[in-house]
Design a protein around this ligand. Sequence first.
Ligand code: F6P
Length: 331
Amino acid sequence: MSNIKRLAVLTSGGDAPGMNACIRAILLTASACNIDVIGFKHGFNGLLEQEYQTLHPQHVDNIIQRGGTILKSARCPALEQPDGPARAAATLQQLNIDALIVIGGDGSFRGTMAISKHYDGQLIGVPGTIDNDVDGTDNTIGFATAIDTALDAIDKIRDTADAFERIFLVELMGRHSGYISLAAGIAGGAEQIICPEFGQLSPDNLRAIIKPIQHAQLLKGKSSYLIVVAEHSYPGGATALADALTKAIGIECRACILGHIQRGGSPVGADRILATKLGAYAVEQLLQGANLMMAGEVNGQACLYPLAKTGAREKAIDPFLVRWQQQIGSY
Ligand code: F6P
């Protein structure tokens, strides 16, 4: 058992719907155990700049349904400076913080690992990113909401694509992974899905995309055709790919970049529940002595996973859906 009196929490990297629900669960769980909670602002910058606030239950009233994060988030290049991790750790020591919970993605967990070299307290991560590209958990907080947001847009684009019998390319986020694209593409009935996991496309190897389009045109005549493109799958993104396809097949292709809209919005139920479970579990596990672990969920069970392994990229996009999409998705 660990004797934690003061606990800190921060949200880091790309914000994700459900981060607020997680902060709430952490605060409520800690308060029930008579633990004080400090919230650092703007990600790791709050540690470096000593920008923080004491959190009380009233601070988390009515936030479970809100997107974004009440603690604000940021990338923190300063933490990557040679003195960054030691400065961050010094703040934790000065403020007598016994444990820190970092809600973020694997980049944030790398920062957490760096701090651990200078810090005597406990560190734990909770996976919060729309990208779902974190090992040790089936889903990250925010992923489910991002799928629904993307899907809502895809359905709308389908309407106009159908009306104009157009080919549309919809670019979705995901950093270097295709989780959002595969999920939203499948659920949106996209004719093609292009992800970084399928290899880097180049202007010289568009044949694999063009052939199914031409096949579909022959089969169905003029009709709408939707290609979901994960960001970073093609140099210049979906806009450049749409231009290249327009030139290659002689039919106008339109691009729609969904962008940061995928990060916002009220978290769906699944994200609120996951965030609540993992936030509460993180506090409980800290009290059991957990350190340098991530609180994740695998097959419905909350579980710990070494923080150092969360960025190994061993988790893969659903191979069954990939195979199925490649088999029939082009028609
Ligand atoms: O990691 C979340 C994410 O939204 C990625 O999908 C995207 O590549 C990146 O962040 C965008 O980062 P920024 O908001 O810093 O441009």
